[in-house]
Design a protein around this ligand. Structure first.
Ligand code: GDP
Ligand code: MG
Length: 166
C-alpha cells in the first residue's frame, strides 16, 4: 500500500515538526528554503505495511500578484492529485484569516481532508472541544485529529488512520 499525502496550513502551525517526528530526520527543514518550487517531496515513510509520501504544497495563501495566482493554481492541482490532505492548525492560535482562505480552496477539492489540530500540549481540553466544534461547521472533514507534533501525542493514531485509507 502507498499513497501521497499533502500537508497544508499557515506558517508555524508545526508542519515541519510533524514531518521531522514522522520521518525521524531533518528533511523537512530544507524545504523551507524552496518556497517557490512546486510539489516538493518532504519525506517518505516506509514501513512493512505501507509507504506514505508526504508532499509540501507551497502557494496556499491569498495571491498578492499574478505569479501568486499561478502558485495557487499549482497548489490546487496538487491537492486534487494526492490521496489525502492534512490541514494543520495551531490549537494555541485557533481560527485566523489564513485558515478561511484555505477552507475556501478546500471546497473545490474532492480529496479527503483531515483536520489536524496541533500543539494540544499548549491548551486545555475545553479549548480543544471549542476548536473541534468551531471547525466542524467550516468544512466536512474526513476526521478531526488532535496531536502534539512536538511531544508526539496521538501521532501514531494519525498514521494508523491514514494507513487504513491507503
Ligand atoms: P511550520 O512553519 O508549519 O513548518 O512550523 P514548524 O514545524 O517550523 O513549527 C513552528 C514552531 O512551533 C516551532 O517553534 C516548533 O517547535 C513549534 N511546535 C511545533 N509543533 C508543536 C507542538 O506540538 N507543541 C508545541 N508546544 N510547539 C510546537
Ligand atoms: Mg515548515
Amino acid at each position: 500500500k502507498s499513497g501521497f499525502i499533502a500537508i497544508i496550513g499557515r506558517p508555524n502551525v508545526g508542519k515541519s515538526t510533524f514531518m521531522n517526528r514522522v520521518i525521524g530526520q531533518k528533511i523537512a527543514i530544507m524545504s523551507d528554503k524552496a518556497q517557490t518550487t512546486r510539489n516538493k517531496i518532504q519525506g517518505v515513510l516506509t514501513t512493512k505495511e505501507y509507504q506514505m509520501i508526504f508532499i509540501d504544497t507551497p502557494g496556499i495563501h491569498k495571491p498578492k500578484h499574478r505569479l501568486g495566482d499561478f502558485m495557487v493554481q499549482v497548489a490546487e492541482n496538487t491537492l486534487n492529485e494526492v490521496d489525502h490532505i492534512l490541514f494543520m492548525i495551531n490549537a494555541d492560535e485557533g481560527y485566523g484569516r489564513g485558515d478561511q482562505y484555505i477552507i475556501d480552496l478546500l471546497q473545490k477539492i474532492k480529496q479527503p481532508v483531515y483536520l489536524i489540530i496541533n500543539k494540544i500540549d499548549k491548551i486545555q481540553p475545553e479549548k480543544l472541544m471549542q476548536l473541534i466544534n468551531q471547525y466542524k461547521d467550516f468544512y466536512e472533514f474526513e476526521e478531526i485529529i488532535p496531536i502534539s507534533a512536538l511531544e508526539g501525542n496521538n501521532v501514531d493514531h494519525l498514521l494508523e488512520v491514514l494507513a487504513k485509507q491507503l
